[in-house]
Structures are given as structure tokens and as C-alpha cells.
Unconditional design. Sequence first.
Length: 223
Amino acid sequence: MTRVLVVDDEPQILRALSINMRARGYEVEVAHDGAAALRAATGHHPDLIVLDLGLPDMDGTEVIRGLRGWTDIPIIVLSGRAGSTDKVEALDAGADDYITKPFGIDELLARIRAVTRRAQPHGTGPTATIGEFEIDISNRTVTGEHDVRLSPTEWQLLEHLVRHPDKLISQRTLLHDVWGPQYTTETNYLRQYMARLRRKLESDPSRPRHLLTEPGMGYRYRP
């Protein structure tokens, strides 16, 4: 059973999500603020977190950064903030998806299924060298002089590139295959995630040697 931690300070949203998700077979834990969310994530080890940004004690992006310091658990932001800046900040902090309130429960559940799929290992896969790091796609491990954590979405994006060395993969293809068909115009997702991969893996993120952008077309992995 998939364990979901829902973090929101609106009791009616917590109640609605708990009822709907438990009816569909999810195990649900709730938290009303950021501190409670961090405690619950540490103590209960959920499989996925649904997180509001407007929490009473801290901003949700702070919770994301706190979580990303020690775990790659999938995080879906569920927020009333519809501005592109808020979305970029949440994605850059380490969120895997972003849904704007008001929302439909069916859409949220579809996003949960998609993010959960991305978090699952994909069986056999290639290895790659990027900067100082040796990357094993099958086991989802990064070996180098210091520890690097990649989120499920970062792993899936990296896997798509590494499985096709030197091949240009279009923005549309990556968005469709990693996030889903409803995301094929969300190029800001790709920019943010590629920037994060470069910061984590490239020796000089400003002059990448392996994770390359082809302006206006797509991306490629160069061994």
C-alpha cells in the first residue's frame, strides 16, 4: 500500500484528500504545518508527499529543501500560488510536480500515479560517467568524491538521456515521456531539471560537457 503524507493547513482539504485517497487504497498521514511535515517524513517514511506552500510556520519551499537534504521521496506541490515564479522556485527546490488550486481529485490522483511510476527502478540500464561521477542507472546510484542525491524525476530524465548517447532528444519527447502527455509545452520544467542535474553532476555547470542543450530543439547526453 502506498503511504502518502498530505501537508496542508486547510482542514477541509486534508479531510477531502484523506477520504478520497483512502477510498482508493492509499494509506494517508496528515500534517498541518512544516515542522509536523518534517517530523512525519522522518518518522513514518511515506512513499510520496503532497505539500501546500502556504504553511503557517514556514514556506513550503523550505520544507522541500529540508527534505531534499536527506531523501529523494517524490514531492507534489498542491498550492494556490499560480505564478510562474512560485512554480520555478518549488521545482528548483526539488519538487517533482506542481498542481494549482482549485484542483480536481482525478487529476491529483493521476499525477500521484505518474510520480510514483517515475520513482520505481526500471530494471537493467546503462552506466555513465559525468564529471567525476560514475552513474548506475539500474541501481540508481551515483559514485564520486561526495554524495549526490537525485530525485525520482531527475533519475528518469537522466535515464532517458543516458540510454541514447549522442542522440538529440526533443523537448516534447522528454516532457511527454518523463512528465506525461499533458506537459508537452512545459519547457520550464526541463530547464529547471537540466540545470539541477548539471549543478549536481557536471564539473563546471556553466560549461557542461555531458548534459548538453541544443537551443530550441532539445537535449543530448555526450559520453
